[in-house]
Design a protein around this ligand. Structure first.
Ligand SMILES: [Zn+2]
Length: 443
């Protein structure tokens, strides 16, 4: 049986205080890796010790067994505590005795119909949510369900106090992702795929891994299942053992693959968004982001998955799809609110406080000199950063990819990207494309 850390105790006390103050549905906010499951386990244990029924809602089948095990180890009385998928709990509403407490894991989903049906069915139950990101996909707040935020320590605090590993963030672009459209708040997968599903780009991703994170255990987040399978095949072909898993991978195979990853026989684990909260491989120290997202929740879950604490570990995040331009750094301090925010504004202003080194793609909070390679930004850059970075990118030097040649490029756009990452003028790409009859491919 384990004990809570002092900052987790504080959260527990603040939750108790919230109920004493008359709130019914507080939501705990704690960064990924802060130990939300320990806090919920302790709360569930104390509730069952008093003879109260608890319903613990998860949104993924894979998490049910895992959380039951955690709760069992923690000493929760599982005869009084049900751990259910939302869909399952919905079907059993009339058959289940009313719980005294409903705990919602990954509480940012709580506005979905299934959750609300459950809350409505048990109007006398106290509710508690936990999440790292109390926001909806559209940036709105959770005020329709929760009545109080209990905000714990920040990601920066967890890093400074050795509960999370520090990290280096690199954001080398591999494709032109400008002009992507969104549907229901997220980028359209087919569009993302048509930009990323190219031989040269797979090659670039493998090349950057070799350059920035060689030998590390990495989780690679892809845009679609096919993308993820292909990425795993490309890594494997390059001599870096990789596997793909998705929701349809059977339990046994998935367990086997994750065990191989844990043991080090597999270096790269490719998936779409399967690997999130609760995935526990402490020496995994690299996240490769290949899925452009509008979801702060996904961004934070995926980028921070490699930051589990180990002494002397320094994680590497490789963001190939510019997610930092939408959300800033993963451990940025954020102001949470139950109210709908004036959309985008806060996120944009945060991204403006981040700058990228045009020489090595190291990405960091505003400083005059790149902490990674020492590149000194020209003084005038302090003003309009977005434009300056664009200008800087056209004169990249010293970070060319030697495994790729112009002959690998099969479209004008790829030639343009090649020119951009190799510091050639766009006229060079035009000339190459014209000579090879590729200009018709422009659209
Ligand atoms: Zn640099």
């Amino acid at each position: 049986m384990s004990k809570l850390r002092p900052y987790q105790e504080d959260i527990l006390n603040n939750v108790r205080q919230a109920y004493r103050d008359g709130y019914q549905r507080p939501c705990v906010v704690l960064p990924c890796g802060g130990g939300k499951s320990c806090i919920t386990a302790e709360i569930a244990k104390q509730a069952t010790q008093k003879g109260n029924r608890v319903l613990f809602l998860v949104h993924r089948r894979e998490l049910v067994d895992q959380i039951r095990q955690t709760f069992f180890d923690w000493g929760v009385d599982l005869s009084l505590c049900r751990v259910e998928m939302v869909q399952t709990a919905c079907r059993r509403l009339t058959k289940m005795p009313e719980p005294r407490l409903i705990i919602t894991d990954e509480n940012h989903h709580c506005l979905a119909a299934g959750y609300r049906k459950i809350y409505d069915a048990y109007p006398h139950a106290q509710c508690l949510g936990v999440t790292a990101t109390p926001v909806r996909l559209n940036g709105g707040g959770l005020g329709d369900v929760n009545d109080k935020l209990v905000v714990g320590v920040t990601a920066k605090w967890l890093i400074a106090n050795h509960f999370l590993a520090p990290y280096d963030y690199f954001a080398p672009p591999v494709a032109d992702l400008s002009g992507l459209h969104t549907k229901r708040g997220e980028f359209i997968t087919a569009e993302v795929m048509s930009s990323l599903d190219k031989s040269t780009i797979y090659g670039d991703v493998v090349g950057y891994y070799k350059k920035l994170a060689a030998g590390r255990k990495a989780i690679c987040y892809c845009a679609s299942i096919r993308h993820s399978e292909e990425m795993a095949a490309r890594f494997t072909a390059a001599g870096i053992p990789a596997e793909h898993i998705d929701g349809a991978t059977d339990k046994y195979t998935r367990k086997h693959i994750i065990k191989q990853f844990r043991d080090g026989q597999i270096k790269i684990l490719c998936n779409v968004d399967l690997i999130s909260e609760g995935f526990d491989v402490p020496d995994c120290s690299c996240a490769i982001l290949l899925r452009p997202t509008q979801s702060l929740t996904l961004y934070i879950q995926q980028s921070m998955r490699c930051m589990r604490y180990q002494s002397d570990k320094r994680a590497v995040i490789i963001d190939h799809v510019g997610n930092y331009t939408r959300f800033g750094m993963p451990d940025d301090d954020r102001e949470w609110s139950l109210e709908p925010k004036k959309k985008k504004k806060s996120m944009v202003s945060r991204a403006e406080q981040v700058r990228q080194c045009p020489k090595c793609f190291f990405t960091f909070p505003m400083e005059q000199v790149c902490p990674h390679c020492g590149y000194e930004f020209p003084k005038k850059d302090r003003g309009d950063l977005e434009e300056d970075v664009g200008a800087e990118l056209t004169k990249i030097e010293g970070f060319t990819l030697d495994y790729r040649t112009p002959d690998d490029c099969t479209t004008y756009l790829e030639l343009l990207n090649y020119a951009k990452t190799h510091g050639y003028k766009s006229g060079w790409a035009y000339y190459q494309a014209r000579n090879r009859g590729l200009l018709n491919d422009r659209a």
